[in-house]
Write a protein that binds this ligand. Sequence first.
Ligand code: SF4
Ligand code: SF4
Length: 165
Amino acid sequence: MKFERYGIGIAKGMTVTIKHLFRPSTVSQYPEQRLNTSRRIRGNELIWSEEKCTGCGTCAKTCPQGAIEIVTSTNLVENKYRVEKYEVDTGYCIQCALCVEACPFQALFLSYQYECATYRRDELIQGKEAMLETPERPVSGYFYPERAAKLPKQTLLIEKVVEKR
Ligand code: SF4
Ligand code: SF4
């Protein structure tokens, strides 16, 4: 009985493979072609606003990974903190966004970036300058719907399939 069925599984598998050979491809050719990610992507970095940050330290206290380090000094003239050091170790960061949600001054955001891999461990530490928002380092719309609305619409694979038909 088993002898009669020998090779049927392979034939079925090959039929599926051959069918797919003639279907249009739906996967983009990364990195030459990129699809737009979700507007609410939890990117690999944090974006920080120097103007809005008061140095309250809520983000650092909230972080379950202890990934944020803040050093402040007191500005007696203006009666407020000055942020001397703001650093995030993205190697420890799990993109949970608790810090973003906890910031009472809307000074912290997740980034829209997802290509931040590096060969060197020390390059994963983001300092103040590397955390500022720039056109190359945009902010994700996570937790900020008004920002999400300004980002490109996410490309869905189903749209690519329909496009090619
Ligand atoms: S919680 Fe916000 S305002 Fe407070 S230190 Fe962190 S980023 Fe700055
Ligand atoms: S996203 Fe989460 S893990 Fe990363 S720095 Fe913020 S609180 Fe910490």
